[in-house]
Design a protein. Sequence first.
Length: 176
Amino acid sequence: MELKINTADIKKYAPMINAGDRVLLSGTVYTSRDAAHKRIFELLDKNEKLPFELDGASIYYAGPTPAQPGHVIGSCGPTTSGRMDVYAPRLLDLGLCAMIGKGQRSKDVVEAIKRNNAVYLCAVGGAGALAAKCIKKCEEIAFFDLGCESVKRLEFLDFPLIAAIDCKGGNLFERK
């Protein structure tokens, strides 16, 4: 099945998303990788303000390259999601509703996805230049010293994804 979903509606549509569904995602998405996740956890541990509201948020595990003249963003492909597995359960428990990346997730992350009615969506690796065509706006919002790994607010328009793990526990990585 193919679904066109806005990030603002992911929580509402999560029960209808099944592992294997194609999703064309539009709306606000935040980039965050290892270094940014570490900083977000430091802020959480100190009860300090985060660079974006976690409740209802979607995070894309990506470190976009700088934009060439006339473009919104450079190449913007997914990074391996498993590196964020140590952080994901807590972020999901705090309201994160979608993660976008590539590769398998740990059992703890799968359980947190189910517990929080969230989804894990996979983007095609190696196609960052093509993915960038579905990003209509890019604004660096936090941790500027991290370069390509700073947190950015992106605006997606029909960004093509595959639902890899759904909130019911369906998991493309465990299909037989």
